[in-house]
Design a protein around this ligand. Structure first.
Ligand SMILES: C[S@@+](CC[C@H](N)C(=O)[O-])C[C@H]1O[C@@H](n2cnc3c(N)ncnc32)[C@H](O)[C@@H]1O
Length: 216
């Protein structure tokens, strides 16, 4: 058995959402730590891809360290553009919403052909949820994780044969069923404090609306 790999809480939570034996594209793999975790713990086949050569050099070193050259293929690619092998799962994590949406938009046919799309955006989850829902995907899971002083939301999408509508509150913060976890409640209290502080300083109608949603 290959030695296990130490990765952040955030990456581990993403990895644990991938099904065993999947064929995964890790878009923007950087150091490929998630790719390595997926092979060791989930018996996945992985394409580790990145738009930049430098991260792929680091990825190659790490993959060799774990002797996983036969399980992880490295591909230099802008999003899914140069990914020609078959895959059933896409992971895109640690990027901003507009980059993620552009990656998906540009190769929507490849995305449609896969079973699961796991997204962890640095920002603007409203736009992420809206884009996917408007384009016939459904949200099958949302998980929040706290790592090194920050909250991260990981969203799992699948294809849908019908158009699913979320109200504004759900687009911003996810469906209510995902808002019961201890961590979401801590996040909610953190946001309430943050928005209250902004309101104390100036009038911001948008913040009032977000506060209403959180207090629903
Ligand atoms: C902050 S790192 C995140 C690494 C890892 N996915 C994670 O969650 O820790 C972002 C990585 O995405 C890559 N990247 C940015 N835009 C990309 C694109 N359009 N296609 C592929 N990779 C991209 C960057 O080169 C960088 O290595």
């Amino acid at each position: 058995m290959t030695n296990n790999i130490k990765i952040s809480n955030r990456l581990k939570t993403i990895g644990d959402l991938v099904l065993d034996n999947s064929s995964v594209v890790d878009v923007g793999c950087d150091h490929a730590l998630l790719s390595i975790y997926l092979v060791i713990n989930k018996n996945c086949k992985v394409i580790a891809s990145d738009i930049n050569k430098l991260p792929l050099k680091e990825a190659k070193k790490n993959i060799e360290k774990y002797n996983l050259e036969d399980k992880i293929k490295i591909v230099l690619s802008n999003g899914l553009e140069c990914i020609n092998d078959k895959f059933d799962t896409i992971v895109i994590s640690g990027m901003g919403a507009s980059t993620i949406i552009n990656i998906i938009k540009k190769d929507i046919d490849k995305v449609r052909n896969c079973n699961k799309i796991i997204i962890e955006s640095n920002n603007d989850l409203y736009s992420i949820r809206k884009y996917f829902l408007d384009n016939y995907f459904k949200i099958v899971n949302e998980v929040m994780v706290y790592d090194k002083g920050k909250y991260y939301t990981i969203i799992v999408f699948e294809n849908s044969n019908k158009l699913i509508k979320y109200n504004l509150s759900e687009l911003y913060f996810g469906e209510h069923k995902y808002r019961n976890s201890d961590i979401f409640i801590k996040y909610k209290n953190y946001l309430i404090d943050k928005y209250m502080e902004i309101l104390r300083n100036k009038e911001v109608d948008n913040i009032r609306m977000l506060l209403n949603f959180l207090n629903e």
